[in-house]
Design a protein around this ligand. Structure first.
Ligand SMILES: [Zn+2]
Length: 72
């Protein structure tokens, strides 16, 4: 069963999904401004970009949640 990575702000409890960010949607910030998400590009990398997470005060809670499989 696949899992997705979630990033939650411990201050405002807003959460983000790693997979929501790409070149068309490159950055975001939680409502209290603690967590900022941006995509980072490296030259000569196998991958087009990475999702970078930075925070001001409180460390984000990073977790992986299971996606229910609808085929059952
Ligand atoms: Zn926040």
């Amino acid at each position: 069963m696949p899992e997705i990575v979630t990033i939650e702000c411990p201050s405002c409890e807003e959460s983000f999904c790693n997979g929501d960010y790409n070149e068309d949607n490159p950055s975001d910030m939680c409502s209290c401004g603690n967590i900022a998400i941006e995509i980072i590009k490296y030259e000569n990398s196998k991958y087009p970009f990475y999702v970078g997470i930075s925070y001001e005060k409180e460390k984000p809670i990073i977790d992986a949640i299971m996606i229910e499989d609808d085929d059952d």
